[in-house]
Ligand binder design. Structure first.
Ligand SMILES: [Zn+2]
Length: 499
């Protein structure tokens, strides 16, 4: 697993752990959990207020590119300024398949906080899905008129002021050349050689490769068919609209670059040469990463898969030093056991109890939002000062000093008002008990076979799992007093033989 470390230092805290100490702990955690640290992002805030977090933004951008699978923070409070920020950013990371792991907090000391944050994450995710849906509908409208919907037009086309496609002759010549060469029996390798000798480039300015060649040869746009689909947009330009039933497909919607005859010849040849594509081994999603521990030595258990394709959790101590002899356990078996246990635990009365606590915490946090309070204190201070100076001026005391003091105070007030409106816009509002109940009840209807639903259940509800050699599992949930011990006999039978 590839990971990055994010560390933050704010000098407004007393006894703040130095960035170097935070990073050292995070590195130790990475080692213990078999994570390759590929980058480190550090923010050193100048003060509590001017907290721009440039490195944090860079880390988010890198996650959009799929550069890593997890972010390690020293403690979860390093990750975000407040729970609302945290929820919004975690939802974004989750969409990118990235999870946030804490180096120091093996068991959360604030489990209802984890639940509240998961709920807020779900809300943030819902709003962003809603937004994407709206964006999609907007693109759909343009697509029905065969207009360009964004991104770079395909090689051989340009987009005019009305967003309609026109032929770009220079690119179109390369497209025709490629189709002709392939129709005349040339191999990909031969075509690539010819293209590179001519210095031909793709629309993104790179030399052609097998993938870009393949995508070009199956792009129906070149015989004048306008296509648009959700999946097409989602994975950045791959022409897989053929498999999308919702795709829009309009023949004659764009000017054609190759003839139907050449197109047919090319498609026939491609069908003949079609082999199973050499896909890289599917990435296994270990749901319990960071939450599962060895009952023998206390070490973390880490995901690993065998050449034969079976996935396991293995004790990291055993893996690194061979000083533990805990048997590995099959990923599917333990994950399914925990999912079943978790869902069965959610009875009406348990849901009611949890909802009560989470809603109370949300109310408390909203009324006690520390930063909002301190901003309001500072505001009333500065307003008093302005009043005093103003009355001094009214009494005729006008010196360069009073004028300067007034300017300073007014500046300060403007800054405070700005931060106050920022805080309010983050949406610091309480979650009701009914909302929590609705959310928790939805877990009972989730489809345990869907990976996404499995993630939701484990991420929100399961705090940690310890696996003992006799097949006993000790599960700690993110809800008060809901610890559970389960005996899972299957685990014994599916243990890996010691190497
Ligand atoms: Zn162990």
């Amino acid at each position: 697993m590839r990971g990055v470390i994010y560390a933050r230092y704010s000098c407004d805290r007393q006894k703040e752990t130095s960035v170097e100490d935070q990073i050292r702990d995070c590195q130790a955690f990475a080692l213990a959990n078999d994570i390759d640290v590929i980058d480190t992002y550090i923010d050193r805030a100048q003060s509590g207020r001017s907290d721009d977090r440039i490195a944090f933004q860079q880390m988010l951008t890198a996650s959009d590119r799929g550069a890593f699978d997890c972010v390690i923070v020293w403690k979860l409070d390093r990750f975000a300024r407040n729970r609302y920020d945290s929820a919004i950013n975690k939802a974004r990371l989750k969409r990118n398949g990235v999870r946030v792991l804490s180096a120091m907090e093996r068991i959360s000391d604030n489990p209802e906080g984890v639940l509240l944050e998961s709920l807020l994450e779900g809300i943030a995710e819902y709003y962003s899905l809603d937004l994407r849906e709206k964006t999609y509908r907007g693109m759909m409208g343009r697509a029905l008129q065969c207009k360009h919907t964004g991104g770079k037009p395909a090689l051989g086309y340009k987009v005019n002021a009305d967003k309609n496609y026109e032929i770009d002759e220079a690119g179109a010549q390369i497209v025709r050349l490629i189709f002709d060469l392939y129709a005349n029996g040339k191999s990909y390798r031969e075509i690539l050689h010819i293209l590179n000798e001519r210095g031909a480039k793709t629309t993104s300015g790179r030399p052609f490769g097998t993938n870009s060649l393949h995508d070009l040869l199956i792009n129906e746009k070149y015989i004048g068919v306008y296509t648009f689909s959700r999946t097409h947009r989602k994975d950045g330009g791959r022409n897989n609209h053929a498999s999308d039933p919702e795709a829009i497909r309009i023949a004659g919607g764009v000017p054609a670059i190759v003839s139907q005859d050449v197109w047919n010849t090319v498609q026939e040849r491609m069908a003949e040469n079609k082999r199973a594509p050499a896909r890289s081994k599917a990435k296994v999603d270990y749901l319990l990463t960071g939450k599962i521990f060895c009952g023998k030595c206390g070490g973390a258990m880490v995901g690993m898969s065998t050449c034969s394709g079976y996935a396991y959790y293995e004790c990291s101590t055993r893996k690194r030093t061979k000083q533990c002899d805990k048997k590995s356990i099959r990923k599917e078996v333990i994950e399914n056991t925990i999912l079943r246990c978790t869902v069965s635990l959610l009875t009406d009365s348990v849901i009611d109890d949890i909802a009560e606590v989470v809603a109370a915490l949300s109310r408390k946090e909203c009324s006690e939002n520390a930063e909002l309070q301190s901003v309001e204190h500072a505001l009333s201070d500065v307003e008093k000062r302005i009043e005093n100076i103003a009355s001094a001026i009214a009494q005729g005391i006008i010196t360069p000093t009073t004028k300067h003091m007034l300017e300073q105070a007014e500046n300060e007030r403007a800054q405070l008002l700005h931060r106050k409106s920022e805080l309010q816009s983050i949406g610091v509002y309480p979650i009701t008990k009914e909302q929590v109940i609705f959310w928790l009840e939805s877990f009972r209807n989730l489809d345990i076979d869907s990976i996404e639903d499995q993630h939701t259940i484990i991420d929100s509800l399961v705090n940690s799992v310890t696996v003992f050699e006799d097949g006993t599992l000790h599960i700690i949930y993110n809800s008060q007093g809901k610890n559970r011990t389960t005996k899972c006999l299957d685990l014994q039978r599916t243990g890996l033989p010691a190497p």
